[in-house]
Design a protein around this ligand. Sequence first.
Ligand code: PRP
Ligand code: URA
Length: 206
Amino acid sequence: MLEVLNHPLITHKLTQMRKSSTGTKDFRENLDEIAELMAYEVCRDLPVKTVDIETPVAPCTGFELSKEVVIVPILRAGIGLLDGIRRLVPTAKVGFIGMYRDEKTLEPHEYFAKFPSGMEDAIVMIVDPMLATGGSAIDAISAVKKRGAQQIKLVCLVGAPEGVKAVQAKYPDVDLYLAALDDHLNENGYIVPGLGDAGDRIFGTK
Ligand code: PRP
Ligand code: URA
């Protein structure tokens, strides 16, 4: 399943992020706000259970989330989506996977992994602003599956058709959410038009 979240607020904020004139502070703030808006949509199908409660007026039956949510940002850039999602799902646990892409081969390399317990029964949201070749996302999905994750959502800001195809071919069971599906990858593996290097723009490293 691929869902492109075409919401005017998301596309407006993403357009600010795409502009090369946008500095680190505004880039990060827009990403944070988009993360919250995306989380609202991505959480639309979270399972709930009925609970019997007492309001100040009367007993009634309410609904609460029935599964834990685990958010897994792919370091570094995925960190930029974490706080926005956690504001909507404050009880979520957080796992981390560190991955960098070799600039020449575009192959991902894992350098860090730390996950909470209970991945088997949780809804696991892997988050990263960029889905380019799909290599990093595929390795992150493999890593959480190895820890028992079964219900996995991949939440990215901008995707290239190449990355979407690769993820869907390898893991058709993973639900994929994007704020925008861009045109193609260039010869350096950058998404076109994209927004440049997300990690560098979030952390001011270039
Ligand atoms: C970027 C991005 C993704 C990956 C996408 O990370 O945040 O993780 O590239 O590319 P792919 O789909 O071709 O694998 P990068 O490797 O630049 O690391 P960083 O987040 O530390 O900057
Ligand atoms: N990683 C990025 O940060 N940007 C791209 O366009 C592709 C991979």
